[in-house]
Design a protein. Structure first.
Length: 369
């Protein structure tokens, strides 16, 4: 019995430790993306904690470094009681969040594995329940978790892991993610990313119509439409997705200007440079200051240069005047632009819709025109 308990404990130790390290490193590769997910949780539709939203990035960096370091500490057997307690606290919180997301259907993807692996809310909850099970095994058998090395070596290894994680966080924040898991990564074609395969499953949507009948809002399903009494006034319609259909990797990309979408035309351009600034109001000023000079250099080499933003026309005109921009801005939803690239601004080069280069504003000198 003792031998079986030890085998189960050591398996749990390795399983939990490796999974925490992998999950943490994937998010550490793109902490900005994870911060967007945290901001979604802090937002009004979920927990309505808006005072945390400005600190989403700082919280994201802290959590992902903690996740990686705890995984390493567990494998090393470093301060076992503290490590297991922290793991238990984290997994209880994560399990609550994923259950809340799944039950109330408020966050479609928990972001547990960043953009590398998308899990449905119920899949995320199941994953956390499994992790909770193994962490509880560790919790009740913590005395069986013995250190791998002497205390001095353990301390050095943990400090090195904290230092390396901190450096990685600093690097990806000031450059690009080391590995790009998003649909707009270099080599991908945007048009192909928007295609829906023939025979792909369609969404099943239940529509509920609200009519005012004798001064009272009354709901009618599609089957009840013939029963709507004369004189009833339409108020609203509510759509509920019963079965989620196929959603292409790129589904909300647009290049709108003056009410028209020019993406079909622009994505045929063999030399197109995009300045992606999802929010001009909070864009990095030093980064913005470099764009007009880069535009002139690119235009001289035959590139069509445009800006893309989710900002309002008033903000666009204000920014163009402030920095002397001579290129036009096209509108795209800010969420889609954040998916293209995390930096604000960033530079993307397309060849007939295929992403050829992407750089952070700190790495403009690395562009090959």
């Amino acid at each position: 019995m003792t031998k079986l308990k030890n085998i189960l404990t050591q398996f749990s130790r390795i399983f939990v430790g490796i999974l925490f390290i992998i999950s943490g490193l994937i998010k550490l590769n793109d902490p900005v993306g994870f911060s967007y997910k945290l901001a979604e949780y802090f937002g009004e539709p979920v927990f309505n904690l808006p005072f945390f939203v400005p600190f989403s990035l700082a919280i994201a960096i802290f959590l992902v470094i903690l996740e990686v370091v705890l995984g390493i500490m567990l494998l090393l057997g470093f301060k076992s009681k503290l490590t297991v307690w922290l793991l238990l606290i984290l997994i209880v919180k994560f399990t609550f969040l994923t259950f809340y997301s799944a039950y109330f259907n408020v966050v479609k993807d928990c972001g547990c594995f960043g953009d590398a692996l998308h899990l449905t809310p119920w899949q995320s909850f199941t994953k956390d329940v499994v992790l909770l099970f193994f962490i509880l095994i560790l919790f009740f058998n913590v005395k069986l978790i013995q250190p791998l090395f002497k205390a001095k070596i353990q301390n050095i290894l943990v400090l090195i892991s904290i230092g390396l994680c901190s450096f990685m966080a600093y690097w990806v924040l000031h450059h690009l993610p080391i590995i790009d898991f998003r649909p707009f990564k270099v080599g991908n074609n945007i048009q192909k990313g928007m295609e829906i395969p023939e025979g792909a499953p369609q969404s099943v949507v239940e529509m509920t119509f609200i009519y005012k009948v004798n001064g009272v809002d009354t709901e009618f399903t599609e089957k009840d439409l013939m029963k709507i009494p004369a004189g009833a006034t339409f108020v609203d319609r509510k759509d509920k997705v019963i079965v989620e259909g196929y959603v292409p990797p790129i589904h909300d990309f647009a290049m709108e200007k003056d009410g028209a979408d020019y993406k079909d035309e622009l994505l045929q351009n063999p030399k197109l440079m995009l300045f992606v600034t999802y929010d001009l109001a909070i864009a990095n000023k030093e980064g913005l200051a470099q764009l007009e000079r880069l535009k002139q250099q690119a235009a001289a080499k035959g590139y069509t240069v445009i800006g893309m933003t989710g900002s309002a026309p008033e903000q666009i005109e204000k920014t163009k005047k402030e920095f002397g921009f001579t290129f036009d801005f096209y509108f795209c939803d800010a969420t889609a632009l954040k998916t293209i690239e995390r930096a604000n601004p960033s530079i993307v080069i397309l060849e007939k819709g295929t992403v050829k280069q992407k750089v952070h504003y700190n790495d403009i000198e690395d562009l090959k025109l």
